[in-house]
Design a protein around this ligand. Structure first.
Ligand code: UDX
Length: 447
């Protein structure tokens, strides 16, 4: 099939590349000339495991092309995907200016039937708005449908190629047929394509992300309670997760959810609910809990150092909001760094992929290390903010040698309490008992 994808951000590029991989011819359209030039010359613009290989292959086979020209991009396409940004507006609702702007342009350009597909996460009612925006200038028949994307950063290719489900919101038989054919290769293993009306489809995306955010915030609150009651959140997690109705996944406490989706989508759903005079109380609490959770480690660190962090130096491992991505949007690490600096401390950071993105926003406010071990030089404590695999089994001997102090504050519960106890560190994590280092002359007083 011939496909156009408008917007070559994260979702657009993965969508375009993966559809090309199953034999379709895909034209990706973006207004950013520099980006289009880079992509056309084989320079991939995002970090995503496994994407580069299929990107290069399909570029070479000419099944994947890039252009800034919308008219050229959509001319031969049977399906036009809109994968455009929907940033939060001032009031937290999703701003549709990019989606509706492109829809208007498409209206002027359509000369034959096409299925216009909303891939962006958009509030209920957007498909209708897109349909109306196209209709302003359009004389031919077309369908506008909703097809939300559920892929996760870091495993986006796998999620796209083997989706748990594909949700399609349309009541048009013609569009339904086109989309069934398109997705057939992706659901051969038996996972469903679920057809529904467009409003339900649009809401499904928000409901899915918000539900997962509820799960995470719930566990973060259980973790806080564990600390107060002397329970271990790892045990509680395993105890509840083995109940099928609850499920094992997304029960890991930490320093809050971040990224480009959860914070934005939870906020947008609360906002949409307000617009129809509904007070979404659970989600309002979820937002508040997550806000607190991002800096949950800071009071622990302060307490350990006798309340003042003035002149203290910290090593921080992990800047991306989660592993296997260079994405730092709403990353808890950034909130922790700001809080530490605000207390008069200095910070040296290391992340396997996200250093350049952090340099752009933090510049020389912090120090950047070449390796995870270099970051430790002279540090009073190590803080772990992202669960990259290389942080899971570090050389503890090297950590000790390079650090000045012996405290580790772990926002991702990477280390086994029993093991860490033998190693002589002061170790604090989330929802588990702290491990006290043997007292030495240099051990700070813990209240
Ligand atoms: C999410 C959804 O999973 C995906 O379906 C949607 O399309 C986009 O939003 P993503 O933002 O890439 O994907 O990341 P995900 O792996 O879902 O993690 C989101 C956040 O939750 C991260 O900050 C992660 O650290 C946090 N998280 C996740 C937890 O704190 N605990 C968990 O148990 C799981």
């Amino acid at each position: 099939m011939k496909i156009a994808v408008v917007g070559t951000g994260y979702v657009g590029l993965v969508t375009g590349t993966c559809f090309a991989e199953t034999g379709n011819t895909v034209t990706c359209v973006d207004i950013d000339q520099e980006k289009v030039d880079k992509l056309s010359n084989g320079q991939i613009t995002i970090y995503e495991p496994g994407l580069e290989k299929i990107f290069q292959r399909n570029l070479k086979e000419e099944r994947l092309v890039f252009t800034t020209n919308l008219a050229d991009g959509i001319r031969d396409a049977e399906i036009v995907f809109l994968a455009l940004p929907t940033p939060p507006g001032e009031d937290g609702s999703a701003d549709l200016k990019y989606v509706l702007g492109v829809a208007k342009e498409i209206g002027k350009l359509l000369t034959d039937y096409k299925v216009i597909v909303n891939k962006s996460t958009v509030p209920v009612g957007t498909a209708k708005k897109v349909r109306d925006a196209i209709a302003e200038n359009c004389k031919v028949e077309y369908d506008v449908i909703s097809n939300p994307e559920f892929l996760r950063e870091g495993v986006a290719v796998e999620d796209f190629m083997k989706p748990d489900r594909v949700v399609i919101g349309t009541t048009s038989e013609r569009a339904r047929k086109v989309m069934s054919d398109l997705y057939a290769p992706f659901v051969r293993q038996g996972n469903p394509v679920i057809f529904m009306d467009e409003a339900s489809s649009e809401l499904t995306k928000y409901a899915a992300n918000s539900f997962l955010a509820v799960k995470i915030s719930f566990m973060n609150e259980i973790a806080r309670l564990c600390e107060k009651l002397g329970a271990d959140v790892d045990m509680v997690r395993r105890g509840i997760g083995s109940d099928d109705r609850i499920g094992k996944r997304f029960l890991f406490p930490g320093i809050g959810y971040g990224g480009s989706c959860f914070p934005k989508d939870v906020q947008a759903l609360v906002r949409s609910a307000h617009e129809v005079q509904y007070d979404f109380r659970i989600l309002e609490s979820v937002m508040a809990v997550n806000e607190d959770q991002k800096t949950f480690l800071v009071p622990k660190i302060k307490k350990y150092f006798g309340d003042s962090l003035l002149g203290k130096h910290f090593a921080l491992w992990g800047l991306a909001f989660k592993p296997n991505t260079d994405d730092i949007r709403e990353a808890p690490a950034l909130y922790i760094i700001k809080a530490l600096i605000g207390e008069g401390a200095t910070v040296t950071v290391f992340d396997p992929e996200a250093m350049n993105n952090v340099r752009k926003v933090m510049d020389n406010v912090i120090n950047y290390a070449e390796s995870q071990y270099e970051a430790l030089d002279g540090a009073d404590a190590l803080i772990i903010a992202t669960e990259w695999n290389e942080f899971r089994t570090p050389d503890f001997g090297r950590i000790k040698e390079r650090m000045k102090g012996n405290a580790i504050f772990d926002g991702r519960n990477l280390f086994d309490l029993g093991e860490i106890e033998k190693l002589g560190f002061h170790y604090e994590s989330i929802g588990r008992k702290p491990v006290a280092a043997p007292v030495t002359e240099s051990t700070p007083v813990t209240a």
